[in-house]
Design a protein around this ligand. Sequence first.
Ligand code: NAD
Length: 387
Amino acid sequence: MRRLNWGLIGGGEGSQIGPAHRLGAAVDGLYAFVAGALDHRPEVGRAFGRRLGLAPDRAYGDWREMLAAERDRPDRVDLVTVATPNATHYPIARAFLEAGFDVLCEKPMTTTVEEAEDLVRLARATGRICAVNYGYTGYALVRHMRAMVARGDLGRIRLVVAEFAHGHHAAGDDDRNPRVRWRYDPAEAGVSAVFADAGIHALHLAVFVTGQEVTRLAADPVSCVPSRRLEDDAMINFRMDGGAVGRLWTSAVAIGRMHGLTLQVFGERGGLRWAQEQPNQLYWMPLGGRLEVIERGEPGLSPEAERASRVTVGHAEGMPLAFANIYRDIAEAIRARAEGRAPDPSVDLYPRAEDGLRSVAAVHAMAASGRGGGCWVDARPPMFRTG
Ligand SMILES: NC(=O)c1ccc[n+]([C@@H]2O[C@H](COP(=O)([O-])OP(=O)(O)OC[C@H]3O[C@@H](n4cnc5c(N)ncnc54)[C@H](O)[C@@H]3O)[C@@H](O)[C@H]2O)c1
């Protein structure tokens, strides 16, 4: 079985997310890293690409140059990852999808709902994969939570409490930090900073685990650092289409919180609690029972969790391996399509363009609710509104 050719756009030297993509794509030997346009500075990107082992003619200075060269190669890339700042996702993803490439796009997929709907339509029309990197859904115990909810262990879901609150932008020194500046600049980040950057991971986890979609929300976004034009903290109440009530806190000024991504799901028959900083333990309490710790890698977990678990029980397993599960799922989808068969359901879990669209719609709903003084607003994308 030949390895799939993989290309990366963005994720240059010193970037936050580039290393996790390179590690995640490499783990299973399913992809060969053959092409990249890694940096907004062409020469810096070319040089870094060559240092990472790319052939000089495939260490591109710009994504347009990469597209023009790759589209005509017999050994062109099979999958392109877009890991650039938010406002560039749409033109890059659109151009590669249109040229027939499969795409894994960083979140938020786009900055406007219209762009996100366009990518959904384009992916459907071309039959190409437009995956979105909600990489935390690759954790084995997140997949186990989803399986437990789906098989009814918790009964009807009453309440979901999600958080993604960190303190890494508490200094308010955006102008002096190029990796922070774009996140609070509407031209580069869109209508939201911390919710689009961090909070939507928590929201998507809630959707992924419960199997329910967000229908409406009410938000209280604030800029605790007054010079910021976009929010650095938000509290969001939401409702889901299966009846679950949702609460979400996201922050970038919570000093002392490191990554702070957690999910709690409470049903009629039991409750689950998982935190990304201790990803190998899942806390489960059945109604009237005792609190149990479910360990990643222990026997008897769901098939989805067993497939997602890569190191033996009791050994730390972390974020690049969660990303590896997204890459493995996409490789399976590409292969299944080529072979004209259905993908293995235990690994058919990568987030789709539709998930990216729903999140972008929630980001805009959050901003609209904030402008409206915290009023309840429809959080669904127009193309998925049925009434
Ligand atoms: N899924 C996740 O868990 C996760 C985590 C962090 C960031 N992200 C997302 O990844 C994206 C990048 O975030 P980051 O934190 O790595 O940002 P960053 O500022 O640390 O790095 C951005 C990189 O993209 C490069 N770049 C910018 N414009 C480019 C262009 N036009 N062509 C090629 N390269 C370009 C920059 O030179 C830099 O190397 C954002 O959309 C962010 O929301 C996702």
